[in-house]
Design a protein around this ligand. Structure first.
Ligand SMILES: Nc1nc2c(ncn2[C@@H]2O[C@H](COP(=O)(O)OP(=O)(O)OP(=O)(O)O)[C@@H](O)[C@H]2O)c(=O)[nH]1
Length: 275
């Protein structure tokens, strides 16, 4: 049995799971570096090493609470508690200029009053939608891993998820359910939701998102197994294209005992589907 499955009305996609790289910090001259493609079954080949699923060259900045200069962040939002001012602000001027060009290409007048601040607003919004690029698993976990003699299943379900389809740059959103079977190490519950944020706030495909979450939980607590189910609504299938308003895409990743033992998998799925 394969560790990841998709039950979906959606089809297609790139198939190789290669991560598209966004511009990082100040833009370098010349064409962007060519990215290595990623084999979808890298976990089978390399144990649980998911480094190939990371976006190369991602800068790492400290947690906001310890970041000096936070008050000078011009894209601050009260709800955005973990934004990264130093690195990401450098990207704003180029992004805003690009949005200005897009408005002009649409035949709009970027100088009309209603649009004057739109390029900057749109750039800030896009930075927020992709803030996961500036987060690392280590920072987000913040050592909230506890020794506990607990070997029963832990499930956190219906975690809201908002992401960006890497094919059309429109949102997909939905919910994520995560289960793991601890081996005397448990994870702070909120950290499961934070792991979802790291990987959903990027340009994504749902299958890769699902797998990255499962691998991250495995790395965090080395459990006997991890199960992740993601249910997503893809606006690229709703607002455009096939325009299937009610379609949902369900993807799963089952690792360890969840993959090998049907009863454990069934227990997880029952918990996920219970009201
Ligand atoms: N597997 C997968 N496919 C996705 C995801 N998000 C978007 N897609 C698909 O990516 C595909 C891109 O297909 P293309 O034919 O290149 O682009 P398109 O002409 O815009 O396709 P349509 O959406 O069918 O109009 C579409 O089938 C999308 O539904 C995702 O998360 N996973």
């Amino acid at each position: 049995m394969n560790g990841t499955t998709t039950a979906a009305v959606a089809a297609g996609g790139d198939g190789d799971g290669a991560a598209a790289a966004p511009p990082r910090g100040a833009r370098a001259a010349g064409p962007p570096p060519k990215l290595k493609s990623v084999a979808w079954n890298s976990m089978e080949r390399n144990g649980l090493d998911d480094d190939e699923l990371e976006v190369p060259g991602t800068p790492r900045t400290p947690r906001t609470s310890t970041t000096p200069g936070h008050e000078r962040c011009t894209f601050h939002h009260d709800l955005e508690l973990d934004h990264r001012p130093p690195v990401r602000e450098a990207m704003l001027p180029d992004m805003a200029a690009a949005y200005g060009q897009l408005l002009a290409a649409l035949g709009e007048n970027p100088q009309r009053p209603g649009l004057l601040k739109t390029p900057e607003r749109a750039a800030k919004a896009m930075l927020f939608f992709t803030k996961g690029y500036d987060q690392s698993l280590e920072e987000v976990l913040n050592d909230a891993i506890f020794d506990e003699e607990h070997d029963e299943m832990v499930v956190v379900k219906d975690i809201e998820m908002f992401s960006m389809c890497e094919h059309h740059l429109v949102p997909f959103y939905g919910k994520v359910s995560i289960g793991y079977l601890p081996r005397n190490k448990i994870l702070g519950l909120s950290k499961l939701a934070r792991i979802v944020e790291i990987y959903s706030r990027r340009l994504q495909v749902q299958e890769r998102l699902t797998k990255q979450i499962a691998v991250a939980v495995t790395k965090a607590v080395q459990p006997a197994g991890v199960a992740v189910v993601v249910e997503g609504v893809h606006m690229c299938m709703v607002m455009r294209g096939v325009q299937k308003v009610n379609s949902k895409t369900v993807t799963s990743a089952m690792l360890g005992v969840f993959r090998d033992d049907p009863k454990t998998r069934e227990e997880f799925l029952n918990l996920v589907h219970s009201k």
